[in-house]
Ligand binder design. Structure first.
Ligand code: IMP
Length: 536
């Protein structure tokens, strides 16, 4: 009997040194090629949990694996992770930290154009270590005001300017030491502050290392930064400096050294004005945000953006078929966003009967878009490191996450205790009734993603709920990144580029996962266990 044209060898034991030579006699490598895995019309659409990647040969440490990948034709990331434009996921803080960690954040548009532009501006103005919007008071504020700041924000080192705002003349500084023994809470700060003449300051434009050296020398807790007219422009804090990490992978625009920032807009006429404001604020990449991207509205919007702002890269979507992709590529999209119905807060497939299992969608769209050099983003349904790697293996260049990042410190909103006493944060689909109603009533507020937001009867495509606390993205994203490096090491490739090449040339192989294989691959048979994913 022969298997793959090779004798099964029951009668003769072969010389072990010939093991590698014998491989050459098999017609194909073990496992399935990506086309055999996903081109099968009969098997039905697969998703992340329906298959595995087979291990390859490890000849290098995981630390040597690089994750550089393109998000659009012209922009690359060192860590191919993107936070979703949802109002419970990406505002200023998330966008700053995603960029510092090597990815990028896409600021949501469920707010006025001015608010969204202000968030973009803050990301673009961010300099690691410098506080660009410090709490500032005026000489006529009182000790009571300082105590209130201390209570709410936890610090009492406050610069005092002429009119109590940033960009006004620095006249002094108040710290806890200045106020702790003063009984009368109505005492104005001008009576207790350390005056300007006794303050150590630094000039605007100073770099972080120099500013750090001044802080260490003068042994103060805070260093005000002033411009040539002595107006306050920023503040450096010793306690922040101690916490400050180095961010060698930060996504920056080479010329300006500013952090990379993305934002989403809709496809309505008003969105053109919105985008102008975002571009004025320094935007680098825009996502045209729609759950079904193949529409006349989106095609015209992409064409208009490319004509009006030739320096801005546009990501179109969402798409799940090559026909949808073709329309947006022809309109001029520099990148595509893939996913319909796979999001964790999504009920699109159930309600609309449209969508596609995510693995199938990624493969179909990426195989097509790659021929035009258009990078694709796998959006939605990512629950772990393995899903990220599978998305990349099927052709995506980056991976977008909503729910996985919504429970972090940097997402908008406050933590609260769930009924079971667990620390959670709110997370809602942008097509949930909650989110759509806020778009209807909010002043100047957002733009439609689901073509239903302004209808009499809202048809929901999402739910609202909560997700568990995940700590800070400064710990979580590096965990995802290290996990990706180890996964690629197991597969036997040293980069995302090599992964994709080896998938396409058939060297990286796959296996379908039956329902029982999925059970086998998860923890089973234990009486109890704790699932800690990383040490922090
Ligand atoms: P997650 O990472 O699985 O939570 O999915 C996030 C993605 O879900 C987003 O980037 C959107 O593409 C998608 N999404 C957001 N809100 C909704 C919704 O209300 N319905 C359907 N999909 C949504």
């Amino acid at each position: 009997m022969a298997t793959n044209g090779v004798s099964n060898g029951t009668s003769k034991v072969l010389d072990a040194s010939k093991a590698l030579d014998l491989l050459k006699e098999y017609e194909s490598r073990d496992g399935l090629s990506v086309t055999d895995l996903l081109d099968s019309k009969l098997r039905g659409g697969l998703t992340y949990n329906d298959f595995l990647i087979l291990p390859g040969y490890i000849g290098f440490p995981a630390s040597e694996v690089t994750l550089d990948s393109k998000i659009t034709r012209n922009i690359s990331l060192k860590v191919p992770l993107v936070s979703s434009p949802m109002d419970t996921v990406t505002e200023t803080d998330m966008a700053i930290h995603m960029a510092l960690l090597g990815g990028v954040g896409i600021i949501h548009h469920n707010c006025s154009a001015e608010e969204q532009a202000e968030m973009v501006r803050k990301v673009k103005r961010y300099e690691n270590g410098f506080i660009l919007d410090p709490v500032v008071l005026s000489p006529s504020h009182t000790i009571k005001d300082v105590r209130e700041v201390k209570e709410k924000q936890g610090f009492a080192g406050i610069p005092i300017t002429e009119n109590g705002t940033l960009s006004s003349k620095l006249v002094g500084m108040v710290t806890m030491r200045d106020i702790q023994f003063v009984r009368d809470l109505d005492t104005p700060l001008k009576n207790v502050m350390t005056p300007r003449s006794e303050l150590v300051t630094a000039k605007q434009g100073i770099d972080l290392n120099e500013a750090n050296a001044i802080l260490q020398k003068c042994k103060k807790g805070k260093l005000p930064i002033v411009d040539s007219n002595d107006n306050l422009t920023a503040l450096l804090s010793r306690s922040d400096l101690m916490k400050n990490h180095n961010f060698p992978l930060a996504s920056k625009v080479t010329a300006s050294k500013q952090l990379l920032c993305g934002a989403a807009v809709g496809t309505r006429p008003d969105d053109r004005n919105r985008l102008k404001k975002l571009v004025d604020a320094g935007l680098d990449v825009v996502i045209v945000d729609s759950s079904q991207g193949n529409s006349i509205f989106q095609i015209e919007m992409i064409k208009w953006i490319k004509q009006t702002f030739s320096h801005i890269d546009v990501i179109g979507g969402n798409v799940v078929t090559r026909e949808q992709a073709a329309a947006l590529i022809a309109a001029g999209a520099d990148g595509l966003r893939i996913g319909m119905g796979s999001g964790s807060a999504c009920i699109t497939q159930e309600v609309m009967a449209v969508g596609r299992p995510q693995a199938q969608a990624i493969y179909s769209v990426c195989e097509f878009a790659a021929r035009f050099g258009v990078p694709c983003m796998a959006d939605g349904g990512v629950q772990n490191v393995g899903h990220i790697i599978k998305g990349l293996a099927l052709g995506a260049s980056t991976v977008m996450m909503g729910g996985l990042l919504a429970g972090t410190t940097e997402s908008p909103g406050k933590y609260f205790l769930s009924e079971k006493g667990q620390l959670v944060k709110a997370y809602r689909g942008m097509g949930s009734i909650d989110a759509m109603e806020s778009q209807k009533t909010g002043e100047n507020a957002a733009t439609g993603r689901y073509f239903s937001e302004s209808d009499k009867i809202l048809v929901a495509q999402g739910v609202s709920g909560s997700v568990a606390d995940r700590g800070s993205v400064t710990k979580f994203v590096p965990y995802l990144q290290a996990g990706m490096q180890h996964s690629l090491q197991d597969i036997g490739v040293k980069s995302v580029t090599e992964l994709k090449e080896n998938v396409m040339n058939g060297t990286v192989r796959f296996e379908v996962r039956t329902a029982s294989a999925q059970m086998e691959g998860n923890v089973h048979g234990l009486h109890s266990f704790e699932k800690r994913l990383y040490s922090s």
